[in-house]
Design a protein. Structure first.
Length: 205
């Protein structure tokens, strides 16, 4: 598969466009990662709440252990303290854990959106033209195999003379129609080949 034109100017511009596309995708990936990191840091609040809840629960558990040995009422007091720890500190810890998980999820979603949306937009704008160029290069490379055949050269010269703009043709010859009439095909064939980005060794004609 032919990916790049043979013509130096077209080859350079195509390579520069490909590098620009790659650079933009990498930039958007970096931006998405930065957004993810920035939002994900907020999860520390949920983690802090979770730790505080666990500390409260642990405190009630320690208190329950301390009073558990009290005669007659120690068991009831220990159970009440453990239950209070579960309902207060345990609930806070669960809420903190849930909040941290939701922040992690939000960070991932926002990071992916920041990366995906502009990347898709750029690919939609640039990729179809690049794919079309590759297809045209492949077709031209297959079709223009032999440019030394006199009839093929004549047809290529006619295609250039009648299909390309005069400003383009004047870059190859000062009298495109005169060259065609006099069967001086070389400059016109060169123009036709350069137009599709293909270079073939030519004999003067």
């Amino acid at each position: 598969m032919k990916l790049y034109p043979d013509v130096p100017a077209k080859r350079r511009s195509t390579i520069m466009r490909d590098l620009a596309l790659l650079g933009l995708v990498l930039l958007f990936a970096w931006m998405g990662l930065k957004v993810y990191d920035a939002v994900d840091r907020i999860a520390v609040l949920g983690s802090g709440v979770k730790d505080a809840g666990l500390s409260v629960q642990s405190g009630f558990g320690s208190a329950a252990g301390a009073v558990g040995g009290v005669p007659f009422v120690g068991g009831e007091l220990a159970g009440a303290l453990r239950s209070a720890g579960q309902h207060s500190g345990g609930s806070v810890a669960r809420l903190g854990q849930q909040g941290a998980a939701e922040v992690h999820h939000l960070a991932l979603v926002l990071g992916l959106l920041v990366f995906a949306l502009p990347t898709i937009l750029v690919l939609v704008m640039m990729l179809p033209g690049r794919v079309r160029q590759i297809r045209e290069l492949r077709a031209a490379n297959a079709a223009l195999v032999d440019v030394h055949d006199p009839e093929r050269r004549r047809l290529l010269a006619m295609r250039a003379a009648f299909g390309l703009s005069y400003s383009t043709l004047l870059g190859y010859t000062s009298d495109p129609l005169g060259d065609l009439a006099a069967e001086r095909f070389a400059p016109l064939v060169a123009a036709a080949l350069d137009d599709v980005g293909i270079r073939r060794p030519q004999s003067e004609a």
